[in-house]
Design a protein around this ligand. Structure first.
Ligand code: AHR
Length: 521
Protein backbone atom coordinates (compact mmCIF):
# COMPACT_ATOMS: atom_id res chain seq x y z
CA UNK A 1 0.00 0.00 0.00
CA UNK A 2 2.82 2.33 1.02
CA UNK A 3 4.79 1.55 -2.19
CA UNK A 4 1.68 2.03 -4.35
CA UNK A 5 1.07 5.45 -2.85
CA UNK A 6 4.66 6.50 -3.55
CA UNK A 7 4.38 5.41 -7.20
CA UNK A 8 1.13 7.36 -7.63
CA UNK A 9 2.69 10.48 -6.11
CA UNK A 10 5.72 10.12 -8.35
CA UNK A 11 3.52 9.80 -11.42
CA UNK A 12 1.58 12.86 -10.31
CA UNK A 13 4.80 14.81 -9.78
CA UNK A 14 6.12 13.87 -13.23
CA UNK A 15 2.80 14.87 -14.84
CA UNK A 16 2.82 18.23 -13.07
CA UNK A 17 6.46 18.89 -13.96
CA UNK A 18 5.90 17.90 -17.59
CA UNK A 19 2.87 20.13 -17.97
CA UNK A 20 4.88 22.93 -16.40
CA UNK A 21 7.46 22.35 -19.08
CA UNK A 22 10.22 21.36 -16.67
CA UNK A 23 10.99 18.12 -18.54
CA UNK A 24 10.77 19.64 -21.97
CA UNK A 25 10.81 17.31 -24.98
CA UNK A 26 14.13 17.37 -26.73
CA UNK A 27 13.80 18.85 -30.19
CA UNK A 28 16.33 18.42 -33.01
CA UNK A 29 16.39 20.27 -36.31
CA UNK A 30 18.81 20.03 -39.23
CA UNK A 31 19.25 23.34 -41.02
CA UNK A 32 20.68 23.92 -44.48
CA UNK A 33 21.31 27.45 -45.70
CA UNK A 34 21.18 27.43 -49.49
CA UNK A 35 23.73 30.14 -50.20
CA UNK A 36 23.93 29.11 -53.86
CA UNK A 37 20.26 29.98 -54.43
CA UNK A 38 20.27 33.78 -53.96
CA UNK A 39 16.88 35.53 -53.87
CA UNK A 40 15.77 39.15 -53.50
CA UNK A 41 17.71 41.94 -51.87
CA UNK A 42 16.65 42.55 -48.27
CA UNK A 43 16.29 46.31 -48.57
CA UNK A 44 18.01 48.14 -45.73
CA UNK A 45 14.86 50.26 -45.35
CA UNK A 46 13.12 47.21 -43.86
CA UNK A 47 14.91 48.43 -40.70
CA UNK A 48 13.33 51.91 -40.93
CA UNK A 49 12.30 53.83 -37.82
CA UNK A 50 9.20 55.90 -37.16
CA UNK A 51 9.37 59.13 -35.16
CA UNK A 52 6.17 61.05 -34.52
CA UNK A 53 5.35 64.16 -32.54
CA UNK A 54 3.91 61.96 -29.80
CA UNK A 55 4.68 61.96 -26.09
CA UNK A 56 8.42 62.06 -25.45
CA UNK A 57 9.31 60.48 -28.79
CA UNK A 58 10.90 63.60 -30.23
CA UNK A 59 10.91 66.17 -27.44
CA UNK A 60 13.26 64.90 -24.71
CA UNK A 61 13.76 61.59 -26.54
CA UNK A 62 15.75 63.06 -29.43
CA UNK A 63 15.51 66.83 -29.33
CA UNK A 64 16.48 68.67 -26.14
CA UNK A 65 17.51 71.98 -27.70
CA UNK A 66 20.91 73.62 -27.80
CA UNK A 67 20.51 75.23 -24.36
CA UNK A 68 19.77 71.94 -22.56
CA UNK A 69 21.91 70.65 -19.70
CA UNK A 70 21.68 67.24 -21.37
CA UNK A 71 24.80 66.95 -23.57
CA UNK A 72 23.73 67.58 -27.15
CA UNK A 73 24.93 68.29 -30.65
CA UNK A 74 22.97 71.13 -32.21
CA UNK A 75 20.03 70.29 -29.93
CA UNK A 76 20.03 66.50 -30.50
CA UNK A 77 20.87 64.58 -27.35
CA UNK A 78 24.27 62.97 -27.76
CA UNK A 79 23.62 59.68 -25.97
CA UNK A 80 20.63 58.91 -28.22
CA UNK A 81 22.47 60.13 -31.31
CA UNK A 82 25.41 57.80 -30.58
CA UNK A 83 23.12 54.83 -29.93
CA UNK A 84 21.27 55.45 -33.20
CA UNK A 85 24.54 55.77 -35.10
CA UNK A 86 25.58 52.38 -33.73
CA UNK A 87 22.28 50.97 -34.91
CA UNK A 88 22.95 52.11 -38.49
CA UNK A 89 19.41 53.47 -38.81
CA UNK A 90 18.74 53.41 -42.56
CA UNK A 91 15.52 55.44 -42.69
CA UNK A 92 13.50 57.89 -40.60
CA UNK A 93 9.76 58.50 -41.03
CA UNK A 94 8.33 61.82 -39.73
CA UNK A 95 6.20 63.73 -38.55
CA UNK A 96 3.41 61.12 -38.06
CA UNK A 97 1.23 59.08 -37.91
CA UNK A 98 -2.01 60.76 -36.98
CA UNK A 99 -0.02 63.92 -36.19
CA UNK A 100 0.95 64.26 -39.86
CA UNK A 101 -2.60 65.03 -40.94
CA UNK A 102 -2.76 68.05 -38.64
CA UNK A 103 0.80 69.24 -39.23
CA UNK A 104 1.36 72.52 -41.04
CA UNK A 105 4.98 72.59 -42.05
CA UNK A 106 5.30 76.38 -42.02
CA UNK A 107 4.82 76.27 -38.22
CA UNK A 108 8.15 74.45 -37.96
CA UNK A 109 10.55 76.73 -39.85
CA UNK A 110 12.29 80.01 -39.03
CA UNK A 111 13.60 81.26 -35.69
CA UNK A 112 12.43 78.84 -33.00
CA UNK A 113 11.37 81.53 -30.58
CA UNK A 114 8.83 82.86 -33.06
CA UNK A 115 7.38 79.55 -34.19
CA UNK A 116 3.67 79.25 -33.34
CA UNK A 117 2.48 77.17 -30.43
CA UNK A 118 -0.21 74.69 -31.37
CA UNK A 119 -2.10 71.85 -29.66
CA UNK A 120 -1.22 68.23 -30.34
CA UNK A 121 -4.84 67.11 -30.44
CA UNK A 122 -4.04 63.47 -31.18
CA UNK A 123 -1.57 62.84 -28.43
CA UNK A 124 -2.44 64.16 -24.98
CA UNK A 125 -3.56 67.64 -26.04
CA UNK A 126 -0.14 69.01 -25.10
CA UNK A 127 1.34 72.22 -26.46
CA UNK A 128 3.50 71.72 -29.52
CA UNK A 129 6.06 74.51 -29.71
CA UNK A 130 7.27 73.41 -33.15
CA UNK A 131 10.93 73.55 -32.08
CA UNK A 132 11.49 70.41 -34.14
CA UNK A 133 10.55 71.04 -37.77
CA UNK A 134 11.74 70.42 -41.31
CA UNK A 135 15.32 71.69 -40.81
CA UNK A 136 15.75 69.68 -37.60
CA UNK A 137 14.37 66.51 -39.20
CA UNK A 138 16.69 66.62 -42.18
CA UNK A 139 19.65 67.61 -39.97
CA UNK A 140 19.04 64.51 -37.87
CA UNK A 141 18.81 62.30 -40.95
CA UNK A 142 22.07 63.76 -42.27
CA UNK A 143 23.81 63.21 -38.93
CA UNK A 144 22.72 59.57 -38.99
CA UNK A 145 23.26 59.08 -42.72
CA UNK A 146 19.64 57.90 -42.94
CA UNK A 147 17.14 58.06 -45.81
CA UNK A 148 14.15 60.33 -45.25
CA UNK A 149 10.43 59.67 -45.31
CA UNK A 150 8.10 62.65 -44.91
CA UNK A 151 4.39 62.05 -44.43
CA UNK A 152 2.31 64.81 -46.02
CA UNK A 153 -0.83 66.34 -44.54
CA UNK A 154 -3.85 65.36 -46.60
CA UNK A 155 -6.33 65.54 -43.71
CA UNK A 156 -6.23 69.26 -42.91
CA UNK A 157 -3.83 70.61 -45.52
CA UNK A 158 -4.24 71.63 -49.13
CA UNK A 159 -2.54 70.46 -52.33
CA UNK A 160 -0.90 73.90 -52.45
CA UNK A 161 0.55 73.56 -48.93
CA UNK A 162 1.89 70.12 -49.83
CA UNK A 163 3.35 71.34 -53.14
CA UNK A 164 5.05 74.24 -51.33
CA UNK A 165 6.57 71.89 -48.76
CA UNK A 166 7.94 69.66 -51.53
CA UNK A 167 9.40 72.69 -53.26
CA UNK A 168 10.94 73.98 -50.00
CA UNK A 169 12.60 70.59 -49.41
CA UNK A 170 13.72 69.55 -52.89
CA UNK A 171 14.16 72.54 -55.18
CA UNK A 172 17.24 74.62 -55.96
CA UNK A 173 15.46 77.02 -58.33
CA UNK A 174 15.74 80.65 -57.18
CA UNK A 175 12.13 80.88 -55.97
CA UNK A 176 10.94 82.89 -52.98
CA UNK A 177 10.34 79.65 -51.05
CA UNK A 178 13.84 78.40 -51.77
CA UNK A 179 15.26 81.79 -50.77
CA UNK A 180 13.30 81.46 -47.54
CA UNK A 181 14.95 78.06 -46.96
CA UNK A 182 18.34 79.63 -47.66
CA UNK A 183 17.60 82.42 -45.20
CA UNK A 184 16.64 79.78 -42.63
CA UNK A 185 20.11 78.30 -42.92
CA UNK A 186 19.97 75.68 -45.66
CA UNK A 187 21.42 76.35 -49.11
CA UNK A 188 21.22 72.99 -50.84
CA UNK A 189 17.98 71.05 -51.21
CA UNK A 190 17.67 67.99 -49.01
CA UNK A 191 17.40 64.47 -50.36
CA UNK A 192 13.82 63.31 -49.91
CA UNK A 193 13.61 59.53 -50.28
CA UNK A 194 9.92 58.81 -49.60
CA UNK A 195 6.81 61.01 -49.49
CA UNK A 196 3.32 59.87 -48.42
CA UNK A 197 0.04 61.58 -49.17
CA UNK A 198 -1.89 61.18 -45.92
CA UNK A 199 -1.77 58.55 -43.19
CA UNK A 200 -4.38 55.99 -42.15
CA UNK A 201 -6.97 57.58 -44.44
CA UNK A 202 -9.44 54.97 -43.10
CA UNK A 203 -9.12 56.42 -39.56
CA UNK A 204 -7.39 59.42 -37.98
CA UNK A 205 -6.39 60.61 -41.46
CA UNK A 206 -9.98 61.54 -42.34
CA UNK A 207 -12.24 58.47 -42.05
CA UNK A 208 -12.40 58.00 -45.80
CA UNK A 209 -13.51 55.14 -47.98
CA UNK A 210 -10.87 53.57 -50.23
CA UNK A 211 -12.64 55.00 -53.30
CA UNK A 212 -12.75 58.54 -51.92
CA UNK A 213 -9.10 58.43 -50.90
CA UNK A 214 -8.07 57.04 -54.28
CA UNK A 215 -9.72 60.03 -56.02
CA UNK A 216 -7.94 62.39 -53.65
CA UNK A 217 -4.63 60.60 -54.23
CA UNK A 218 -4.95 61.14 -57.98
CA UNK A 219 -5.71 64.81 -57.41
CA UNK A 220 -2.99 65.50 -54.83
CA UNK A 221 -0.27 63.46 -56.52
CA UNK A 222 -0.87 65.57 -59.66
CA UNK A 223 0.64 68.50 -57.77
CA UNK A 224 3.45 66.62 -56.03
CA UNK A 225 6.09 68.05 -58.32
CA UNK A 226 9.78 67.79 -57.54
CA UNK A 227 12.95 68.18 -59.64
CA UNK A 228 13.85 65.21 -61.88
CA UNK A 229 16.91 64.37 -59.79
CA UNK A 230 15.09 64.51 -56.44
CA UNK A 231 11.92 62.56 -56.94
CA UNK A 232 10.71 60.80 -53.83
CA UNK A 233 9.23 57.35 -53.84
CA UNK A 234 5.51 58.18 -53.65
CA UNK A 235 3.37 56.36 -51.09
CA UNK A 236 -0.39 56.02 -50.84
CA UNK A 237 -2.05 55.35 -47.50
CA UNK A 238 -3.26 51.76 -47.49
CA UNK A 239 -4.99 49.32 -45.19
CA UNK A 240 -4.53 47.79 -41.80
CA UNK A 241 -4.76 44.33 -40.28
CA UNK A 242 -6.49 41.89 -42.65
CA UNK A 243 -7.85 44.43 -45.16
CA UNK A 244 -6.87 44.12 -48.82
CA UNK A 245 -9.51 46.48 -50.21
CA UNK A 246 -7.17 49.47 -49.98
CA UNK A 247 -4.48 47.84 -52.08
CA UNK A 248 -7.07 46.66 -54.60
CA UNK A 249 -8.89 50.00 -54.90
CA UNK A 250 -5.65 51.96 -55.16
CA UNK A 251 -4.12 49.70 -57.78
CA UNK A 252 -7.31 49.81 -59.84
CA UNK A 253 -7.95 53.53 -59.37
CA UNK A 254 -4.60 55.34 -59.37
CA UNK A 255 -3.78 56.35 -62.92
CA UNK A 256 -0.18 55.94 -64.11
CA UNK A 257 -1.51 56.83 -67.57
CA UNK A 258 -2.23 60.35 -66.18
CA UNK A 259 1.38 60.46 -64.96
CA UNK A 260 0.33 59.80 -61.39
CA UNK A 261 3.08 58.01 -59.51
CA UNK A 262 2.29 55.54 -56.76
CA UNK A 263 5.41 53.54 -55.91
CA UNK A 264 4.19 52.03 -52.68
CA UNK A 265 1.10 51.32 -50.62
CA UNK A 266 1.40 51.51 -46.86
CA UNK A 267 0.01 48.91 -44.48
CA UNK A 268 -0.19 49.12 -40.68
CA UNK A 269 -0.36 46.33 -38.15
CA UNK A 270 0.08 46.55 -34.39
CA UNK A 271 0.43 43.52 -32.11
CA UNK A 272 -1.79 43.55 -29.01
CA UNK A 273 -1.37 40.66 -26.54
CA UNK A 274 -5.14 40.31 -26.05
CA UNK A 275 -6.04 41.42 -29.57
CA UNK A 276 -8.39 43.97 -27.96
CA UNK A 277 -7.96 47.74 -27.89
CA UNK A 278 -9.73 48.38 -24.57
CA UNK A 279 -7.45 46.12 -22.48
CA UNK A 280 -4.40 45.39 -24.59
CA UNK A 281 -2.19 43.67 -22.04
CA UNK A 282 0.79 44.66 -19.99
CA UNK A 283 4.35 45.29 -21.18
CA UNK A 284 5.85 43.51 -18.16
CA UNK A 285 4.70 41.09 -15.46
CA UNK A 286 2.72 38.90 -17.85
CA UNK A 287 2.33 35.14 -17.65
CA UNK A 288 2.94 32.54 -20.37
CA UNK A 289 -0.60 32.94 -21.75
CA UNK A 290 0.26 36.48 -22.87
CA UNK A 291 3.74 35.53 -24.04
CA UNK A 292 2.10 32.99 -26.31
CA UNK A 293 -0.86 35.14 -27.41
CA UNK A 294 1.44 38.06 -28.26
CA UNK A 295 3.57 35.90 -30.55
CA UNK A 296 0.46 34.27 -32.00
CA UNK A 297 -1.01 37.72 -32.73
CA UNK A 298 2.17 39.00 -34.32
CA UNK A 299 2.45 36.03 -36.67
CA UNK A 300 -0.90 37.05 -38.20
CA UNK A 301 0.97 39.73 -40.11
CA UNK A 302 2.22 37.03 -42.46
CA UNK A 303 -1.35 36.22 -43.55
CA UNK A 304 -2.10 39.91 -43.99
CA UNK A 305 1.01 40.47 -46.09
CA UNK A 306 0.32 37.32 -48.11
CA UNK A 307 -3.24 38.42 -48.86
CA UNK A 308 -2.14 41.89 -49.94
CA UNK A 309 0.71 40.51 -52.01
CA UNK A 310 -1.75 38.18 -53.79
CA UNK A 311 -3.93 41.16 -54.74
CA UNK A 312 -0.89 43.15 -55.80
CA UNK A 313 0.59 40.29 -57.83
CA UNK A 314 -2.66 40.13 -59.77
CA UNK A 315 -2.95 43.88 -60.43
CA UNK A 316 0.76 44.72 -60.58
CA UNK A 317 2.51 41.57 -61.85
CA UNK A 318 5.69 43.49 -62.66
CA UNK A 319 5.99 44.37 -58.97
CA UNK A 320 6.40 48.09 -59.61
CA UNK A 321 4.53 48.99 -56.42
CA UNK A 322 5.87 48.09 -52.97
CA UNK A 323 3.93 47.06 -49.89
CA UNK A 324 5.35 49.16 -47.08
CA UNK A 325 4.55 48.11 -43.51
CA UNK A 326 5.32 51.61 -42.32
CA UNK A 327 3.91 51.10 -38.83
CA UNK A 328 4.36 47.85 -36.92
CA UNK A 329 5.23 46.66 -33.43
CA UNK A 330 3.72 45.99 -30.03
CA UNK A 331 1.08 48.19 -28.45
CA UNK A 332 0.47 47.56 -24.73
CA UNK A 333 -1.46 49.34 -22.00
CA UNK A 334 0.68 52.36 -21.12
CA UNK A 335 3.05 52.03 -18.16
CA UNK A 336 1.27 52.88 -14.92
CA UNK A 337 1.49 56.51 -13.90
CA UNK A 338 2.37 57.76 -17.39
CA UNK A 339 0.25 60.02 -19.60
CA UNK A 340 -2.17 57.74 -21.53
CA UNK A 341 -1.72 59.96 -24.58
CA UNK A 342 2.05 59.40 -24.63
CA UNK A 343 2.00 55.64 -25.38
CA UNK A 344 5.04 54.94 -23.19
CA UNK A 345 5.67 51.25 -22.53
CA UNK A 346 8.54 49.08 -21.27
CA UNK A 347 10.22 46.74 -23.68
CA UNK A 348 11.23 43.19 -22.82
CA UNK A 349 12.77 40.06 -24.26
CA UNK A 350 9.29 39.29 -25.66
CA UNK A 351 9.53 42.40 -27.85
CA UNK A 352 12.93 41.35 -29.18
CA UNK A 353 11.68 37.86 -30.03
CA UNK A 354 8.68 39.43 -31.76
CA UNK A 355 10.93 41.81 -33.70
CA UNK A 356 12.94 38.81 -34.91
CA UNK A 357 9.78 37.04 -36.07
CA UNK A 358 8.54 40.11 -37.95
CA UNK A 359 11.92 40.63 -39.63
CA UNK A 360 11.88 37.00 -40.79
CA UNK A 361 8.41 37.49 -42.25
CA UNK A 362 9.39 40.71 -44.05
CA UNK A 363 12.41 38.88 -45.47
CA UNK A 364 10.15 36.21 -46.92
CA UNK A 365 8.30 38.87 -48.97
CA UNK A 366 11.36 40.96 -49.76
CA UNK A 367 10.43 41.43 -53.42
CA UNK A 368 7.34 43.42 -52.32
CA UNK A 369 8.05 44.49 -48.75
CA UNK A 370 11.03 46.73 -49.36
CA UNK A 371 10.40 49.20 -46.56
CA UNK A 372 8.96 49.06 -43.05
CA UNK A 373 9.03 51.29 -39.98
CA UNK A 374 8.84 50.00 -36.46
CA UNK A 375 6.70 52.19 -34.20
CA UNK A 376 8.41 54.07 -32.73
CA UNK A 377 12.10 54.89 -32.33
CA UNK A 378 12.33 56.48 -28.86
CA UNK A 379 9.98 56.43 -25.82
CA UNK A 380 6.86 55.45 -27.77
CA UNK A 381 5.35 51.95 -28.23
CA UNK A 382 7.99 49.34 -29.22
CA UNK A 383 10.95 51.66 -28.81
CA UNK A 384 14.66 51.12 -29.41
CA UNK A 385 15.56 53.57 -26.68
CA UNK A 386 13.93 54.83 -23.49
CA UNK A 387 14.92 58.05 -21.78
CA UNK A 388 14.18 59.66 -18.44
CA UNK A 389 15.50 63.20 -18.42
CA UNK A 390 19.31 62.79 -18.66
CA UNK A 391 19.18 58.98 -18.43
CA UNK A 392 18.97 56.62 -21.38
CA UNK A 393 18.52 52.89 -21.68
CA UNK A 394 18.70 50.55 -24.68
CA UNK A 395 15.86 48.05 -25.04
CA UNK A 396 15.91 44.39 -26.11
CA UNK A 397 14.33 45.54 -29.40
CA UNK A 398 17.34 47.82 -29.93
CA UNK A 399 19.57 44.77 -29.63
CA UNK A 400 17.36 42.73 -31.96
CA UNK A 401 17.79 45.44 -34.61
CA UNK A 402 21.51 45.76 -33.92
CA UNK A 403 22.04 42.02 -34.31
CA UNK A 404 20.36 42.21 -37.72
CA UNK A 405 22.46 45.05 -39.17
CA UNK A 406 24.35 42.58 -41.46
CA UNK A 407 20.99 41.90 -43.09
CA UNK A 408 20.70 45.47 -44.38
CA UNK A 409 20.88 45.21 -48.19
CA UNK A 410 21.89 41.55 -47.91
CA UNK A 411 20.73 39.09 -50.56
CA UNK A 412 18.21 36.65 -49.13
CA UNK A 413 18.91 32.94 -49.38
CA UNK A 414 16.55 30.08 -48.60
CA UNK A 415 16.83 28.16 -45.35
CA UNK A 416 15.58 24.60 -45.22
CA UNK A 417 14.58 23.01 -41.90
CA UNK A 418 14.30 19.22 -41.57
CA UNK A 419 11.21 19.84 -39.45
CA UNK A 420 9.55 22.73 -37.64
CA UNK A 421 8.91 21.89 -34.02
CA UNK A 422 5.67 23.25 -32.58
CA UNK A 423 5.23 25.39 -29.50
CA UNK A 424 1.96 24.24 -27.97
CA UNK A 425 0.07 26.09 -25.30
CA UNK A 426 -3.54 25.68 -24.18
CA UNK A 427 -4.41 23.58 -27.25
CA UNK A 428 -2.97 26.17 -29.59
CA UNK A 429 0.21 25.93 -31.57
CA UNK A 430 2.73 28.24 -33.24
CA UNK A 431 6.10 27.35 -34.80
CA UNK A 432 8.77 26.93 -32.12
CA UNK A 433 11.56 27.88 -34.50
CA UNK A 434 11.82 30.60 -37.11
CA UNK A 435 14.78 31.17 -39.44
CA UNK A 436 15.96 33.62 -42.06
CA UNK A 437 19.27 33.98 -43.90
CA UNK A 438 21.06 36.39 -46.19
CA UNK A 439 24.41 37.02 -47.83
CA UNK A 440 25.60 40.28 -46.38
CA UNK A 441 27.34 43.11 -48.21
CA UNK A 442 30.58 41.80 -46.67
CA UNK A 443 30.16 38.46 -48.50
CA UNK A 444 29.44 36.45 -45.35
CA UNK A 445 26.23 34.49 -44.93
CA UNK A 446 24.21 35.29 -41.82
CA UNK A 447 21.54 33.13 -40.23
CA UNK A 448 18.94 34.51 -37.84
CA UNK A 449 17.06 32.10 -35.57
CA UNK A 450 14.26 32.56 -33.06
CA UNK A 451 13.17 30.01 -30.47
CA UNK A 452 9.69 31.14 -29.39
CA UNK A 453 9.26 28.60 -26.57
CA UNK A 454 9.30 29.56 -22.93
CA UNK A 455 10.87 26.36 -21.63
CA UNK A 456 12.38 24.21 -24.37
CA UNK A 457 15.76 24.54 -25.99
CA UNK A 458 16.24 23.25 -29.53
CA UNK A 459 19.26 21.29 -30.73
CA UNK A 460 20.33 22.40 -34.18
CA UNK A 461 22.64 20.78 -36.71
CA UNK A 462 23.91 23.23 -39.28
CA UNK A 463 24.86 21.44 -42.47
CA UNK A 464 27.55 22.52 -44.96
CA UNK A 465 29.06 25.43 -43.03
CA UNK A 466 32.56 26.56 -42.09
CA UNK A 467 31.96 28.65 -38.98
CA UNK A 468 29.07 29.79 -36.81
CA UNK A 469 29.78 32.64 -34.45
CA UNK A 470 27.48 35.42 -33.44
CA UNK A 471 25.22 36.96 -30.86
CA UNK A 472 22.57 35.53 -28.58
CA UNK A 473 19.81 37.49 -26.85
CA UNK A 474 18.08 35.43 -24.18
CA UNK A 475 17.11 35.26 -20.54
CA UNK A 476 15.45 32.99 -18.02
CA UNK A 477 12.75 35.64 -17.52
CA UNK A 478 10.03 36.23 -20.12
CA UNK A 479 9.84 39.92 -19.27
CA UNK A 480 13.55 40.58 -18.80
CA UNK A 481 14.17 44.25 -19.47
CA UNK A 482 16.58 47.06 -18.85
CA UNK A 483 15.73 49.84 -16.43
CA UNK A 484 17.32 53.19 -15.69
CA UNK A 485 18.61 51.71 -12.42
CA UNK A 486 19.77 48.46 -14.07
CA UNK A 487 20.48 49.26 -17.71
CA UNK A 488 22.43 46.05 -18.49
CA UNK A 489 20.00 43.35 -17.36
CA UNK A 490 19.67 42.07 -20.90
CA UNK A 491 22.23 42.46 -23.67
CA UNK A 492 23.46 40.16 -26.42
CA UNK A 493 26.25 37.76 -25.54
CA UNK A 494 28.76 36.22 -27.92
CA UNK A 495 27.92 32.75 -29.17
CA UNK A 496 30.07 30.07 -30.80
CA UNK A 497 28.73 26.86 -32.25
CA UNK A 498 30.87 23.75 -32.43
CA UNK A 499 31.94 23.17 -36.03
CA UNK A 500 33.58 19.96 -37.22
CA UNK A 501 33.89 18.53 -40.72
CA UNK A 502 31.59 21.19 -42.19
CA UNK A 503 28.86 20.52 -39.67
CA UNK A 504 27.89 22.80 -36.81
CA UNK A 505 25.99 21.84 -33.73
CA UNK A 506 24.41 24.17 -31.26
CA UNK A 507 21.59 24.49 -28.80
CA UNK A 508 19.39 27.53 -29.03
CA UNK A 509 18.00 28.17 -25.56
CA UNK A 510 14.32 28.78 -24.88
CA UNK A 511 13.16 32.40 -25.46
CA UNK A 512 16.08 33.30 -27.70
CA UNK A 513 17.13 35.30 -30.68
CA UNK A 514 20.39 34.17 -32.26
CA UNK A 515 22.21 35.70 -35.23
CA UNK A 516 25.15 33.72 -36.62
CA UNK A 517 27.85 34.60 -39.11
CA UNK A 518 28.43 31.44 -41.16
CA UNK A 519 31.31 32.94 -43.12
CA UNK A 520 31.71 32.80 -46.90
CA UNK A 521 29.80 29.74 -48.10
O1 AHR B 1 2.01 55.02 -33.80
C1 AHR B 1 0.91 55.57 -33.15
C2 AHR B 1 -0.25 55.79 -34.09
O2 AHR B 1 -0.73 54.58 -34.56
C3 AHR B 1 0.03 56.57 -35.35
O3 AHR B 1 0.00 57.94 -35.15
C4 AHR B 1 -1.09 56.16 -36.24
O4 AHR B 1 -0.75 56.19 -37.61
C5 AHR B 1 -1.43 54.76 -35.77
O5 AHR B 1 -2.78 54.59 -35.54
Amino acid sequence: MKVKLRATSLLLLVTVLCSAGVFARSQQVNITVKANEPGSILNKDIYGQFMEHLGRGIYEGIWVGEGSSIPNKDGFRLDVLNALEELQVPLLRWPGGCFADEYHWRDGIGPRESRPKTVNSNWGGVIEDNAFGTHEFFALAELLGADTYVNGNLGTGTPQEMADWLQYITSDAPTTLVQQRNANGRDKPWKLTYFAIGNEAWGCGGNMTPEFYTHLYNQWASFAKTPQDNQPIMIASGGTDDSTIWAKTLLEGVKPSWNIRMDGISHHYYTLPTGKWDVKGSATGFAEDQWFSTLEQTLKIEDYIKANVAVMDQLDPEKKVGLYVDEWGTWYDVDEGTNPGFLYQQNTLRDAILAGLNIHIFNRYADRVTMTNIAQMVNVLQAMILTDKEKMVLTPTYYAFKMHTPFQDARSVPVSLSNTPAYEFNNKSIPALSASAGISQDGNTYLSLVNTQVDSAITINLLAIKQATGWLLSSTKMDEHNTFAQPHNIEPTTFNAKVKNGKGSLTIPAKSLLVLNLGKL
